[in-house]
Design a protein around this ligand. Structure first.
Ligand SMILES: *Cc1c(COP(=O)(O)O)cnc(C)c1O
Length: 368
C-alpha cells in the first residue's frame, strides 16, 4: 500500500459486498428490486461485482443513463428533472424505463419514449431529510407532480410512479408510516401501475436495521397493490466501502494545530462543505492529540474537521478519511488545479488495483 502515491480514493470490495448481500436479501425476502443510483456512485470498476447483487441502475441525467447501460447492464431507469427532446430520444435508445418529472414533460416527450415503460415522479408532500437543501418536499419543490388533477391525467399515460422522499432515513417507524400513507393516498393510482419506486435514501444496510420488518412491509405493499416495488439505493449501497487516503503536507499553528493534507473538501469531498458536516477519520484512530485537519485548496473554510487522534500528525503522516465512496468521485473537480486523487480498488481476493490515475493532461482537457 505504501507504494501508491496519495491522494487516492480506495474502494474495498469486501466492505461493499456486505451491503450488496443485504440488498440481495431484501430482494429475496420482499421481492423488491434494487437499482443503483448512479448520481451517488458511478465508479464502474466495481460494477462487475455490484451487478451480481443488484437489478440495474437509475440515473439523473443522460450520461448517467448511458453509463448504466454501457458499464452495468441489466435494467436501465432514466429519470431527469428536465429533459430536452433530444435527451429523451437519446435515452430511449438504451433505457428500459423513462421517468418524467412533470406532466408537461410527459405530454411533450412521452411519444418519443414509445415502447418503453414510462413513469412519472410524484411529490407526496412529505419527506424525511435532515437537510432542507436535500428535502424533496421542501417549499416550492420542483421535484415531481404535486397536483392531484395532474396525477389523474398522467395516470392513463404511464405504467409506473416514482416517489423519492427520503434522505438517510434509518427510522423504520417513520418509513413504515410514510409508506402506509403513500398506500392510503395513492393506492388508486398505484393499483393501475406495473411498478412503483420508493426511491433512495433508505438506510437499510445500517447495522441493526430492522430488516425483517422492512421486507415484510415492502412485500405487503407489493401484494396489496399487485405492483413490482423498486428501491433506488445510492449511499445505502456503498456506505462504508470507501476511503480517501491522504498525506499530511504541513502542520501549521494558529491557536490550534492544523494539519494540511494533499486533498480538499471542496474538490474531493464536496458534501462536507455543502452540508457543513465533519469528516470521519479512519486512521489514525482516536486518542488525545487534538488536531484540525484541513485541505490544501485556497478556500479559507476548507476544513475536514477537528479531531482527537492517537498520534501527533507530522508532514508525511497518512490520514485516511472514511465515507468517501458516495457523492465524492461523482462530484470531484479540478479547483485550484490540484492533483486529482487516483481511484484504487481492493478486490475481493485482496489484490490492490489502481484503476484510474489522473494527470495534468486531464485537467487541461476539461478546459479550452
Ligand atoms: C438521490 C436519489 C437517489 C439515491 O439517494 P441516496 O440518498 O444516495 O440513497 C435515488 N433516487 C433518486 C430519484 C434520487 O434523486
Amino acid at each position: 500500500m505504501k507504494s501508491i502515491p496519495t491522494p487516492y480514493y480506495l474502494i474495498d470490495e469486501r466492505k461493499l459486498l456486505k451491503n450488496l448481500k443485504i440488498i440481495k436479501r431484501v430482494r429475496e425476502k420482499s421481492g423488491a428490486k434494487s437499482v443503483l443510483a448512479l448520481k451517488c456512485f458511478s465508479t464502474w470498476a466495481v460494477f462487475p461485482l455490484m451487478r451480481q447483487y443488484m437489478d440495474g441502475t437509475t440515473s439523473s441525467g443522460v450520461y448517467e443513463a448511458r453509463l448504466g447501460h454501457d458499464k452495468f447492464g441489466k435494467e436501465v431507469h432514466a429519470y431527469s428533472v428536465g429533459y430536452s427532446r433530444d435527451d429523451v430520444q437519446q435515452v430511449a435508445r438504451f433505457a428500459d424505463k423513462i421517468i418524467f418529472n412533470s406532466l408537461s414533460q410527459l405530454k411533450a416527450f412521452g411519444r418519443f419514449a414509445q415502447g418503453k415503460s414510462i413513469g412519472v415522479r410524484v411529490n407526496p408532500g412529505f419527506s424525511f431529510s435532515h437537510f432542507d437543501l436535500a428535502d424533496p418536499a421542501r417549499k416550492f419543490s420542483r421535484l415531481g407532480i404535486r397536483d392531484n388533477r395532474e396525477l389523474c391525467e398522467a395516470a392513463g399515460l404511464v405504467k409506473g410512479v416514482m416517489f423519492h422522499f427520503n434522505c438517510e432515513n434509518d427510522d423504520i417507524k417513520n418509513l413504515s408510516a410514510n409508506i402506509e400513507r403513500i398506500g392510503r393516498t395513492y393506492g388508486w393510482l398505484i393499483t393501475q401501475m406495473d411498478w412503483v419506486s420508493f426511491g433512495g435514501g433508505i438506510f437499510f444496510t445500517k447495522p441493526g436495521y430492522a430488516l425483517e420488518k422492512f421486507c415484510d412491509m415492502l412485500k405487503r405493499f407489493s401484494d396489496t397493490f399487485n405492483v413490482q416495488v423498486y428501491l433506488e439505493p445510492g449511499e445505502t449501497a456503498i456506505t462504508g466501502a470507501g476511503e480517501l487516503v491522504t498525506t499530511v503536507l504541513d502542520v501549521v499553528r494558529n491557536e490550534t494545530d492544523i494539519a494540511i493534507v494533499d486533498a480538499s473538501t471542496e474538490a474531493h469531498m464536496l458534501d462536507h462543505l455543502i452540508y457543513r458536516t465533519t469528516a470521519r477519520i479512519v486512521s489514525p484512530s482516536q486518542g488525545k492529540f487534538k488536531t484540525m485537519i484541513a485541505g490544501r485548496s485556497c478556500l479559507a473554510g476548507d476544513v475536514f474537521g477537528t479531531f482527537a487522534l492517537r498520534t501527533r500528525l507530522r508532514p508525511g503522516s497518512i490520514v485516511r478519511i472514511g465515507d468517501a465512496a458516495g457523492y465524492t468521485m461523482v462530484k470531484k473537480n479540478w479547483f485550484n488545479g490540484m492533483p486529482m486523487p487516483a481511484i484504487v480498488v481492493r478486490r475481493l481476493n485482496g489484490r490492490i488495483e489502481i484503476v484510474r490515475r489522473f494527470s495534468y493532461h486531464d485537467f487541461c482537457a476539461g478546459l479550452s
